[in-house]
Design a protein around this ligand. Structure first.
Ligand SMILES: Cc1ncc(COP(=O)(O)O)c(C=O)c1O
Length: 405
């Protein structure tokens, strides 16, 4: 077997299952699951209708890795409108690749990018972060380098904390904005700093923007990497690739649909890689995806459902745990004043609410483990369930947890 497989870490949800072990959540209360980031709002009607119309016909042919023109054009148009890019600046034929969700794309991109030409390849990533970045680096034979995001760094990765020797080995930098789990958004200065480093040390930036459409208005929509490039006069998007998904934007995680866009030279090689990798997206899914990218009405409705949840849950939780309002995404990254794993375990036992211990998404570094003492609360259940969960967490912190700490 590939020796790197043994180096992979257990996935956070498997770790949560092990943490709970055979313990049952409080049987007197119905279970409430706020640990997983799986959107649960109803899928948009335009997606369902399109699937109904096109599924049967799609089954008789192999889809192409480069995808349908219709989808690439819809994605390019969406990028230009959403991120204020000049019309025609995203060439749908050379700058967009449809993917079967960003998870596989974030993973496969790293396999395509990492070169063993130079000794000791390294992939840098935010800590805490989406675990796929780490697994992708390990399986590509690169060393993951964790860049801490803490309260002191505004819950964004502090690129200045990375030394020159590390950047010299870096071939790929993953950034996530809005971040999972912190919800914070990189501003133009942060993107400029990342781009300067990428040029200086010759690496690629993979910007995971799958939460870009989930934010609470009137906050401005999160800035994206291609938008930052445009503002900085980098119109060829050199070294830059963004990852967009319908899973969160359109609440269709089961559709498995997203796209990668940016630097045409990188995407040409990535597309060649993908023709071997073989996860071309079914044509009916592509047509439904094109319809979804061309519609903003359902996205607006989806966004306001999350905004309602933040508005309802914040006053219930904020007196009891250390909360800040994220700039995007649908998570609270909250401090619990004590051990986060014990918190998760005892909350489950007392209130039948599951949340994710922060340390299941973070790694210990020489300057500490930024997930310690934090939990991720995912506002994916229906509004009433989120409110009920918030009350149960509040009750727990006032009784069982106060005795514990
Ligand atoms: C930060 C981040 N990136 C990417 C993904 C993958 O999303 P999908 O594969 O559904 O596009 C997720 C899913 O939870 C995520 O949290």
């Amino acid at each position: 077997m590939n020796r790197h497989i043994a180096a992979l870490n257990a996935y956070p949800f498997d770790r949560l299952r092990s943490l709970f072990g055979r313990a049952e959540g409080n049987p007197e209360l119905p279970p409430l699951a706020l640990h997983i980031g799986e959107p649960r709002h109803a899928p948009p009607a335009i997606v369902l209708e399109s699937l109904q119309q096109n599924t049967a016909a799609s089954l008789g042919s192999y889809p192409l890795s480069r995808g349908l023109d219709t989808l690439r054009e819809a994605a390019a148009d969406w990028l230009e409108i959403r991120f204020g890019l000049p019309q025609g600046s995203v060439n749908p034929n050379t700058m967009v690749v449809p993917v079967a969700g960003t998870r596989e794309a974030l993973f496969s991109f790293c396999q395509a990018v990492i070169s063993d030409e130079h000794a000791g390849p390294l992939v840098a990533m935010p800590n805490p972060g989406y675990q796929i970045y780490e697994g992708a680096a390990i399986l590509a034979g690169a060393e993951p380098h964790y860049i801490n995001t803490t309260a002191a760094t505004g819950f964004l990765p502090d690129l200045a904390s990375v030394d020159a020797a590390t950047w010299q080995r870096c071939q790929l930098l993953y950034l996530c904005s809005p971040g999972n789990p912190t919800g914070q958004v990189l501003d133009i200065q942060a993107w400029q700093q990342a781009l300067r480093l990428a040029d200086q040390y010759d690496f690629i930036i993979a910007s995971d923007e799958c939460y870009s459409e989930i934010y609470v208005e009137p906050q401005p929509p999160p800035l994206g990497l291609l938008q930052a490039c445009q503002q900085l006069g980098r119109t060829d998007f050199n070294r830059c690739v963004v990852f967009h998904s319908l899973s969160k934007r359109s609440s269709v995680p089961g559709l498995r649909s997203g796209f990668v866009a940016g630097d045409a030279n990188i995407l040409r090689d990535y597309l060649l890689y993908r023709s071997y990798h073989g996860c071309a997206v079914n044509n009916a899914i592509q047509l439904a995806s094109a319809a979804a990218w061309r519609d903003e009405t359902h996205v607006q409705a989806n966004r306001s459902l999350y905004a309602q949840k933040f508005a309802a849950v914040t006053p219930v939780l904020s007196p009891h745990i250390d909360l800040y309002q994220p700039q995007g995404g649908f998570y609270f990254w909250a401090g619990v004043n004590g051990d986060e794993q014990t918190f998760a375990q005892k909350l489950f036992a007392a209130q039948n609410v599951s949340i994710l211990p922060g340390s299941f998404m973070s790694r210990a570094t020489t300057s500490g483990d930024p997930g310690q003492g934090r939990i991720r609360i995912s506002l994916v259940p229906e509004l009433d369930a989120c409110i009920e969960a918030a009350h149960r967490i509040a009750t727990f912190t006032q009784h069982e947890w106060i005795r514990e700490i």
